[in-house]
Design a protein around this ligand. Structure first.
Ligand SMILES: Nc1nc2c(ncn2[C@@H]2O[C@H](COP(=O)(O)OP(=O)(O)O)[C@@H](O)[C@H]2O)c(=O)[nH]1
Ligand SMILES: [Mg+2]
Length: 400
């Protein structure tokens, strides 16, 4: 489906810089021939006309049906982050494409979706909308598998992800469980080697009032210090999305610049693990991180269940009893869901290593005992030999 009608005018310097900044030879080959933009008032120009006169033309904005539609000419940029941080909105503002944006707390993107913005001269940008963890419809394991599969297919097709935007709401007044989980898993999916290609974007700045401004700035620097410090190598990796189209393009421009500066291949850790090391999703670093988090969660839930059960015994008030029973039921259901995923994932790598070591120790028992008895016999034999030598006077020792 294409939506040429709504294609916005794209600022000439932004695109020129973006294209120039991509060092990929394929891109250099496709560099557009720029004509100088005419000096005239923009007011009477229609968006399409304006971009054509500037020497660039957005030919189409098309939703892709899958990884098989990607081509080596695509600049692929993924947008990640928790549900409700504005991922779909960011992509929508960039392209004016009517993209599904959630207006409730429910997740609207439980699949990976990609949108290709094609410019004249064969250049195209693919923006990838990904689901966040703590999705309302899918478990974290399912979400990880969906994301992992998409990235895996991209790598199998020998294509690269030029950059990743990670979105965080500046209006969140604390780093709660969901943002923290998303960030930790995101880091594992990408891997340290990919950190320089990540851009951390705070969203919802348009929500601010004047008195919020100082609070938001303070929050942003705290995020950089306490949570993003290991990712940030370049100040350009931290950006603010102001909710406008130009703000979105300014951020993308930084992504292109960072991508162009990268000499090595742009490979995510999860791509390497799944393809080069033939691992299954639960055995990847992200899978193991998730496993640990789920075990921790089940532990906390079990603690809470015990405490609620104690309260249940102590209380006689029927209202309180009903409330506790309701809580208990919800909690047990949640715990069952996590336990189901844990069973699906199987034991953690550390646990499997422990079990393997135990098995090896057990199996090697007879061999160990045989070796020990042989060593003992040898020591005795050698001991007698050495004793005889020591007792024999030096001049009467023979070499034979
Ligand atoms: N005020 C404000 N609301 C936003 C902004 N970005 C997104 N939203 C709203 O936040 C909600 C979630 O956005 P959405 O793009 O669906 O988030 P996603 O789950 O990360 O894709 C929607 O109601 C958006 O309209 C922003 O910059 N400012
Ligand atoms: Mg979305």
């Amino acid at each position: 489906m294409s939506s040429n009608k709504n294609v916005p005018p794209l600022k000439e310097p932004v695109i020129r810089k973006a294209i120039k900044s991509l060092s990929d030879p394929l891109w250099l080959k496709n560099l557009p021939r720029l004509s100088k933009p005419p000096r005239r008032a923009n007011t009477d120009l229609q968006p399409k006309k304006l971009s054509r006169e500037m020497g660039y033309e957005v030919l189409s904005v098309v939703e892709l049906t899958g990884v098989q539609q990607l081509t080596p000419e695509d600049i692929i940029v993924a947008v990640m982050g928790p549900t409700g941080t504005g991922k779909s909105t960011f992509i929508q503002r960039t392209t004016n494409y009517s993209w599904i944006v959630g207006h409730s707390l429910q997740s609207h993107t439980s699949v990976v979706k990609a949108l290709r913005v094609s410019f004249s001269d064969g250049i195209s940008l693919v923006l990838v909308d990904t689901p966040g963890f703590d999705d309302t419809n899918k478990s974290d394991l399912e979400i990880l598998k969906i994301i992992a599969k998409w990235f895996e297919q991209v790598y199998r097709r020998k294509l690269e992800i030029s950059g990743i935007l990670y979105l965080h709401r500046i209006t969140d007044n604390r780093m709660g469980g969901t943002p923290r989980k998303n960030l930790e898993l995101f880091k594992k999916v990408c891997g340290e080697d990919y950190f320089p290609l990540m851009v951390l974007v705070t969203t919802m700045w348009s929500e601010r009032s004047d008195e919020d401004e100082a609070v938001f700035f303070e929050r942003e620097s705290q995020l950089q210090k306490d949570y993003w410090g290991d990712i940030i190598k370049d100040p350009a990796q931290v950006q603010r999305f102001r909710g406008t189209q130009s703000s979105a393009w300014n951020i993308l421009e930084e992504v292109f610049t960072l991508a162009a500066a990268r000499q090595r291949h742009k490979i995510l850790e999860i791509q390497q693990e799944l393809v080069d090391l033939s691992k299954q999703v639960p055995d990847t670093s992200a899978g193991q991180q998730l496993h640990g988090m789920m075990e921790e969660l089940v532990g906390k839930q079990s603690d809470l269940v015990r405490r609620l059960q104690d309260e249940l015994i102590k209380s006689s008030d029927p209202v309180i009893l009903r409330a506790i029973m309701g809580e208990l039921r919800d909690l047990q259901q949640q715990r069952e869901k996590v336990q189901k995923d844990l069973r699906r994932m199987g034991p953690s790598l550390a646990e499997r290593r422990r079990r393997l070591n135990g098995l090896l120790f057990e199996r090697s028992g007879p061999l160990r005992r045989l070796t020990q008895s042989r060593l003992h016999a040898l020591k005795q034999k050698l001991g007698g030999f050495v004793q005889r030598i020591v007792r024999t006077p030096v001049q009467s020792r023979s070499v034979s």
